[in-house]
Design a protein around this ligand. Sequence first.
Ligand code: SAM
Length: 329
Amino acid sequence: MPSQLIDTFNRPHNNLRISVTDRCNLRCTYCMPEEVVFMDKAELLSFEEIVRFVRVVAPLGIDKIRLTGGEPLMRRGLVELVRMLAEVEGIRDLGLTTNGILLADQAQALYDAGLRRINISLDALDPARFRELARRDGLDKVLDGILAAKRAGFEPVKINAVSIRGITEHEVGPLARFAREHGLEMRFIEYMPIGADQWERNKVYFAYEILEQLEREVGALAPARDYDRRAPAMAFEYADGGGRVGIIASVSRPFCLSCNRLRLTADGKLRNCLFALDEDDVKGLLRRGAPAEEIAEVVRRNVHAKWEGHEINTARFIKPQRNMHAIGG
Ligand code: SAM
């Protein structure tokens, strides 16, 4: 079905990220502050409201959904939401991004409910560094969650690490080797100015530096055979057949020109970019029972208003008021 969600740069949008909560059981320094006033429960979209919205946007061309947060597994009954979304006609791809802390108990039920893609965030294998970054303990739980996801049948299981100079630098080798040993797909994400902390460009440990380090410490890499230049992650394969590794170079090689994403925040605001300064109120429309065509028109306008790119690399960049945890990563 041709997408109705094409912006002024000719980018079709088929990918919706849905945040189900702004709460998290970690406090990663690059993502959120230690002290947070979380959204009131009444502000969050209910599962029924989320599904209604998805039923409106699926015929417009949205066929790919990723649940995120905050920490999505902290939203009670998430398995039920997965089941409801898996049944929506036109949705062919349902994913989840999680920190893995609560995953060991839920992985199988999520898989059985229809979830097929899973990304687990893990920045450090060293317990002290994990605690320093996440400001909480929990490394063992995350590792249990990763193994539970493998056992449940998720394939591939992708592991995401934020790449920060002086931090990931020490973890690149251990994380990459861990991923190779366990048949996981490791992905490094350049650190972006979207958290509560003071971002500085020189804190970004850049894609080319990670690649050089991987080749030095782990093994020779070549672009993956199915390398898609428009995809967010640059995909590589180890020359010795030891699996894949991806690098999401949001700062040094932005993929804005092929961006196909929209975001729905947990409190029902539609954003056309992680770094958007404006958002549209979908919750208001849903709660007053607006007809599907009225909601669809707001979505089309939101897409139409999308900028060319995120501007991180220019003096024009303005950081959005919401931190990452309240947008949905
Ligand atoms: N709690 C879940 C998790 O940890 O995966 C889902 C939400 S979290 C905001 C989604 C992803 O955003 C995580 O992989 C996290 O590391 C990443 N993230 C958060 N702040 C970031 C930043 N400033 N730069 C790059 N990635 C960031």
